[in-house]
Design a protein around this ligand. Structure first.
Ligand code: UGA
Length: 449
């Protein structure tokens, strides 16, 4: 069993650390945020990730948490870099946290391998290799081992990955990192460093492209009277296409897709290539969030003074992450249109990100007196949204379903007007039949002979 140091206790770092501890390795996690380290010492994950608390608890004997780089590095055979690489103003990757790790490596053991998990532009490994050599650390190996963990399912993704990608300059370093993954049942893809870096960016960009593609198909479906859900199902059963990442909606968010697609576009541009397709992917995604505003206007006219309930704020379900969440753009657009915005999310706390909106403790409270409810995140808690209690609470029972979560027919039957993304729309046709007043018989039209 090996000793690992993991730098960075964010989503990727913490799940990677807990996952390797589960495989039997001993792992020291180092972060510069003292509150985070305190929480972790009490075995509390500093964010919502299903299964992570249990994984930390189960492996507590093999995990240590520290603010001190030297302490984490002492005896470490592998140093995992899991620090953030946010976008700079120019949209390029800010690699300063990665370079700081290199500066702290003085204490690294003679046989240590630096393993890059953070998402970096292609060519970064080459520069970091040179940086290691310049610091007299030529004995430290370098391996690119990109992470493919999706938030909300990160623990499962670590323990049952589709593949493990290992890019190395020296085979021996790659062999050692491959051996570290023993116990995981997954194909291992061995590559050079630049290709491993590109696999990560290309995979995220391709998934984002699929989403923008199906969103454009949805937009056309609306114009020609087709249902994108049926279209995606029929397309996806073709094994060459596959069904995943074909859910039409209000577009992708999160800390990865928007940033990585922009990294790849700029990387191509900086290398002299105009990556046209990615421009469209980004633009479609941007406009998609705003389509919800037009949908609301179609039903309600001006939104000034209208009460709109946003249901779900996180960029996707099972996470409290609000980074690049479509809800933020949507809420700002609605406020700019003069709407009175209320919001509810089961776990995400947006009070420091979104100003000028009212937060509710339940979906029911958020929709009370509302002119429309917008499903922004497909939380399981919203699956039975179309019920009488909700309809009775709303001033106008209109649901704009930004994630195609609800069944349009059932929702209409329950007395709501329904508008999804790329699906047939139903208009509110009055209260259900049983409650309709009966017409006096003399007012019934004469039967035609
Ligand atoms: C993504 C990748 O899926 C991971 O493999 C990768 O490791 C990670 O980025 C990363 O680079 O760190 P994540 O951002 O956590 O993971 O979330 P996804 O589940 O991929 O969803 C991204 C966005 O796409 C969400 O806003 C989601 O709502 C949206 N989406 C996803 C759709 O709009 N339609 C779909 O069919 C699928």
């Amino acid at each position: 069993m090996s000793s690992l140091a993991v730098f960075g206790a964010g989503y990727a770092g913490l799940v990677t650390a807990a996952g390797f501890a589960e495989l039997g390795h001993s792992v020291a996690i180092r972060d510069i945020d003292s509150e985070k380290i305190e929480a972790l010492r009490a075995l509390r994950a500093p964010f919502h990730e299903p299964g992570l608390d249990e994984l930390l608890e189960r492996n507590r004997q093999r995990l240590t948490f520290t603010l001190d780089a030297a302490e984490a590095l002492s005896g470490a055979q592998f140093v995992f870099v899991c620090v953030g690489t946010p976008a700079t103003y120019s949209g390029d990757a800010d690699l300063s946290a990665v370079w700081t790790v290199l500066d702290e490596l003085g204490e690294a053991g003679r046989d240590a391998v630096l393993v890059m998990k953070s998402t970096v532009p292609v060519g970064t490994g080459e520069k970091l290799r040179a940086g290691l050599d310049a610091r007299g650390l030529d004995h430290v190996g370098y391996v690119a081992c990109p992470e493919f963990l999706a938030e909300g399912s990160a623990v499962r993704d670590f323990l049952r990955p589709d593949r493990v990608v290992i890019g190395s300059f020296r085979n021996a370093d790659g062999d050692r990192v491959e051996a570290l993954h023993a116990g995981l049942d997954a194909p291992v893809v061995r590559t050079d460093v630049a290709s491993a870096e590109m696999i990560k960016l290309a995979a995220n960009a391709f998934l984002g492209t699929r989403i923008s593609f199906i969103n454009e198909i949805a937009n056309v479906c609306e114009l020609v009277g087709a249902d994108v859900e049926q279209v995606a199902h029929g397309m996806g059963l073709d094994k060459r296409i596959g069904t995943r990442y074909l859910n039409a909606g209000i577009g992708f968010g999160g800390s990865c897709f928007p940033k990585d697609i922009s990294f790849l576009k700029l990387l191509a541009g900086n290398s002299g290539y105009h990556f046209q397709l990615l421009n469209a992917v980004i633009e479609v995604n941007e406009l998609q969030k705003r389509r919800l505003v037009s949908k609301l206007q179609k039903h309600l006219g001006s939104l000034r003074g209208k009460s709109i309930a946003l249901l779900g704020l996180a960029f996707k379900p099972n996470t409290d992450d609000l980074r690049e969440a479509p809800s933020i753009v949507l809420a700002s657009r609605l406020l700019a249109e003069g709407a009175d915005v209320r919001a509810w999310d089961p776990v995400a706390d947006a009070s420091s990100v979104l100003r000028g909106i009212t937060f509710s403790d339940s979906a029911l409270e958020a929709v009370r007196g509302a002119d429309a409810a917008v499903i922004v995140t497909e939380w399981d808690e919203l699956r039975d949204f179309a019920r009488q209690e909700i309809r009775d609470a709303m001033r106008n029972p209109l649901v704009v379903d930004g994630r195609n979560l609800l069944d349009p027919v059932e929702t209409a039957k329950a007395g709501f007007a329904y508008e999804g993304m790329g699906r047939p729309t139903s208009h509110f046709g009055g209260l259900p039949e049983t409650e309709e007043p009966e017409l006096p018989s003399e007012e019934l039209p004469e039967p035609t002979p």
